[in-house]
Every structure is written in structure tokens, then in C-alpha cells.
Design a protein. Structure first.
Length: 191
């Protein structure tokens, strides 16, 4: 399944889209590999490889329109596609504050609907979020300097959702980063 997904990413031009650390395809492959290094199950690794198919709240370039979700599910499986959709649909400003709470409030940026995803899906989302941000922090020192402290605080709030390897890596990679100064909490935009 991963080979088919990688081939489709190439067909859709992911290797030609600029992204921190090279291209979008290179980033997606690094995210998948980082998840694998943490022992993530195959569905989550496939979601890591495909997490930008519909764009995200921080990375607007979508490779596939939402009306083609069934096609992606056929290639990576329903479980992995559901993770990709949740990741893409997350309205971060509305969802992050309560995401780790028992009754999380998740706002779908595509539909405007609010719901509380199942705990396993929230764990997948947190793990994928950590892998995505850690890859950016590793390849872009300016990103790490600007956002490392804030991301460490975010993943500290997500701690109960993260695997031990993911949390250790968050601490190791992000502990030297600084938060942006100023009154309002800014949030990372490039991902």
C-alpha cells in the first residue's frame, strides 16, 4: 500500500512542491519514517506519508480534493484515510486547547462541524502532529528557534496522547527552541 501511495504522490507532483528540508515528498517520507521509528502501526505510517493530501490548517496546498477521499482510502485503507482527513480537517485554533481533554472539542475546518473524536483517533492525530512538527524543527533551525518552545508546550499538553518514544523525541528536539515574544500566542503556519 505504501508503494502505491508514494507512486500517487509522485504522480500528483509532491516531489516538485517546495517544503522545508527539500520537497513535500521528502518531508512526507521523513514523517512516515519517524513514525515507524516510534513503532507506529502500518495505518498510522501510511497516514504519515499521506497527511498533506487534503492540505492542512498550516499548509494550504492540497494534492487531492475532498471529493476523492474514496480514492485515497482505496490506496491506503479506510483507517489511514480517516487519520489523514482528521489531520487535514483540524481547525487548530479551535481544536488544540481541548484536544487532550476527555471531551475534546474538535472543529472540522471543512464543514464547520464540532465533535469529539474517539481516543484512538486523537492519539493518532497527536502522534502524527508530533512527527510532522519534529521533522520541520530538525530541518529548519529558524523554525525550531521560533516555535520550539511553543510546540514543546503543546506536546506537553498532548502528553497523555503521545507514545513514550514520541514524547522523548519532542523533548530532545524542541527543548532548545524559544517561543515568539509578545502578548498573543502565535501558532506555527508552515506545515
Amino acid at each position: 500500500m505504501s508503494d502505491r501511495a508514494a507512486a500517487w504522490l509522485r504522480e500528483l507532483g509532491a516531489q516538485d512542491l517546495a517544503h522545508p528540508g527539500g520537497t513535500l515528498l521528502a518531508h512526507l517520507e521523513r514523517v512516515r519514517d519517524l513514525l515507524a521509528s516510534w513503532g507506529a502501526r502500518p495505518a498510522l505510517r501510511r497516514a504519515g506519508l499521506c497527511h498533506a493530501f487534503y492540505g492542512t490548517d498550516g499548509f494550504g496546498a492540497a494534492l487531492l480534493p475532498l471529493d476523492r477521499r474514496a480514492g485515497l482510502a482505496e490506496v491506503i485503507g479506510d483507517e489511514a484515510e480517516a487519520i489523514v482527513y482528521l489531520y487535514a480537517a483540524c481547525d487548530r485554533a479551535a481544536s488544540y486547547p481541548t484536544f487532550a481533554c476527555e471531551e475534546a472539542v474538535f472543529r472540522d475546518r471543512f464543514t464547520g462541524l464540532v465533535h469529539s473524536p474517539a481516543m484512538e483517533l486523537r492519539r493518532d492525530f497527536a502522534e502524527l502532529s508530533a512527527a510532522n512538527e519534529l521533522d520541520l524543527a530538525r530541518v529548519d533551525p529558524a523554525f525550531r528557534e521560533a516555535w520550539g518552545g511553543e510546540l514543546l508546550a503543546l506536546f506537553g499538553r498532548f502528553r497523555g496522547l503521545l507514545s513514550e518514544p514520541a514524547w522523548r523525541e519532542c523533548q530532545a528536539v524542541l527543548s532548545g527552541g524559544a517561543t515568539r515574544s509578545g502578548g498573543a500566542r502565535a501558532r506555527p503556519r508552515r506545515r
